[in-house]
Design a protein around this ligand. Structure first.
Ligand SMILES: Cc1ncc(COP(=O)(O)O)c(C=O)c1O
Length: 443
């Protein structure tokens, strides 16, 4: 009998007993490859000695000091490392304890920027359907994940409206070029700015690569340049949520580096601390900070555990490992192997509609029929079946249903640790391929 409110109240999950490298072991001794790093979190795998040592040293020195009185050396060093060289004009960092808290901070600092730059009429945010920005009420309102929003819709803020995602597999029309598809999406976003009154919009929010909700969907070339131009033209901010896709997961430290633009505010979390500690944050453009510095001089926000010394020490160590072990090179090389392996193993499978992603962030969208892209009956929970079949074969992966509209569609994400080897990629592909085959047989 458990006293925890587990995700599934009818079935408690196995107890995770230990982790080493890319492997996780449960209390019964069953070992699985952490093929998705949980939810694209464990970027260094488990038990990395440099991170463990850094955490121990920080814990012995200082566990906590309130940020109203003190700053912490680990937090200062982490911020220096992330934004000391002002990537894309991002000059300041604010650390919290999760992706959702990061998104809340992004929304609030954006609103405060509007007020303190003399534009208090800016009260609206535009985001995208079938996106996810977190489960706290502000972040949930920003997100367009129909399934997660549904029960709470009556208590979500109406400051948020949603436009189409850039989801070429399903939404690009037959014969439509990338440029024409971008132009159509840009026109839709422009129309939404006009509907709200362009001077009333605080920011446009998007995941640079849509993670859990659509399954590793990258934008078509030119999309982010188009939305950046629209935001600039209307004096609105661009908030990019890289909680899942950022901090190296895509092969560059920031996913936006591959889009030819940079955001005004970037949300980061999972790969920041790699799961060694709960930590998220925002990276903020100098002009946003300047508006607040010249104005009230404070960010009217705050959490008891913001910039937690141990969390920051863990994240600093994780980022040092990514830099010192040149792991972005490995993400690119192993990502290419994963892409190739998935195509070879599943590319011709009758129920695999799309294989997509970037870096070490890949998803397979499962369909009932490849030609029509018809989805499976949601009652079959095909994505969950893949998870179970994979787990039984020693592979943890990240399944999700409701790809299209919160109800229909199935995809499964693989996001292995950045430290994985070619042999481990081959094992992941083989186990995953077998799991997909078993899950869809007879479905
Ligand atoms: C893109 C994105 N934003 C925000 C969040 C929320 O992060 P957290 O679960 O740490 O609150 C997630 C979590 O999956 C995410 O994928």
């Amino acid at each position: 009998m458990t006293h925890i409110v587990h995700r599934n109240l009818r079935e408690a999950p196995p107890v995770a007993a230990s982790g080493r490298g890319i492997w996780l072991r449960d209390a019964s001794g069953h070992e699985v490859i952490d093929g998705s790093g949980g939810a694209a979190v464990a970027c260094l795998g488990h038990g990395h000695p440099h991170v463990v040592a850094a955490m121990k040293a920080q814990i012995e020195r200082l566990c906590y000091a309130h940020t109203a009185l003190f700053t912490a050396e680990s937090a200062e060093r982490l911020a220096d490392m992330l934004v000391g060289h002002a990537p894309g004009g991002l000059t300041h960092a604010y650390f919290v304890s999760s992706g959702s808290e990061g998104m809340e901070a992004a929304l609030k600092i954006a609103r405060q920027w509007a007020i303190e730059s003399g534009q208090p009429q800016r009260t609206k945010f535009i985001a995208r359907r079938q996106s996810y920005h977190g489960n706290t009420l502000g972040a949930l309102a920003a997100g367009g994940n129909a399934m997660r929003r549904a029960p709470y819709a009556p208590i979500l803020s109406d400051a948020f409206s949603h436009v189409s995602p850039c989801y070429a597999y399903r939404d690009r029309r037959d014969g439509e070029s990338d440029a024409d598809y971008v132009a159509r999406l840009a026109a839709e976003l422009e129309a939404e700015f006009q509907r709200l009154g362009p001077g009333n919009v605080i920011a446009f929010c998007a995941e640079t690569i849509v993670g859990a909700t659509l399954g590793c969907v990258t934008a078509v070339p030119g999309y982010f340049r188009a939305v950046r131009e629209i935001c600039d033209r209307h004096g609105a901010l661009l908030i990019l949520d890289e909680v899942m896709s950022g901090m190296g997961r895509s092969g560059t430290l920031h996913a936006w580096e591959q889009e030819g633009i940079s955001p005004d505010i970037q949300v980061i979390a999972k790969g920041l601390g790699g799961g060694y500690q709960p930590i998220g944050g925002i990276l903020v453009h100098g002009r946003v900070i300047e508006a607040l510095t010249r104005g009230s001089g404070t960010f009217k926000h705050g959490h008891t555990y913001q910039a937690h010394p141990v969390a920051c020490a863990a994240a600093l160590a994780v980022q040092e490992v990514i830099r010192d072990e040149k792991l972005l090179d490995n993400v690119k090389a192993m990502g290419a192997l994963l892409e190739q392996g998935l195509h070879e193993r599943l590319g011709n499978h009758a129920h695999v509609g799309d294989i997509r992603g970037r870096g070490l962030f890949w998803a397979v969208e499962l369909v009932k029929d490849r030609a029509s892209k018809a989805t499976f009956d949601p009652a079959l929970a095909v994505n969950e079946r893949v998870k179970k079949e994979a787990f039984a074969r020693g592979l943890a992966c990240y399944p999700m249903g409701g790809t299209i509209d919160g109800r229909h569609g199935d995809h499964v994400i693989l996001a292995p640790p950045y430290v994985c080897t070619a042999e481990e990629i081959a094992m992941i592909v083989e186990r995953f391929g077998a799991a997909v085959e078993a899950a869809v047989s007879g479905a």
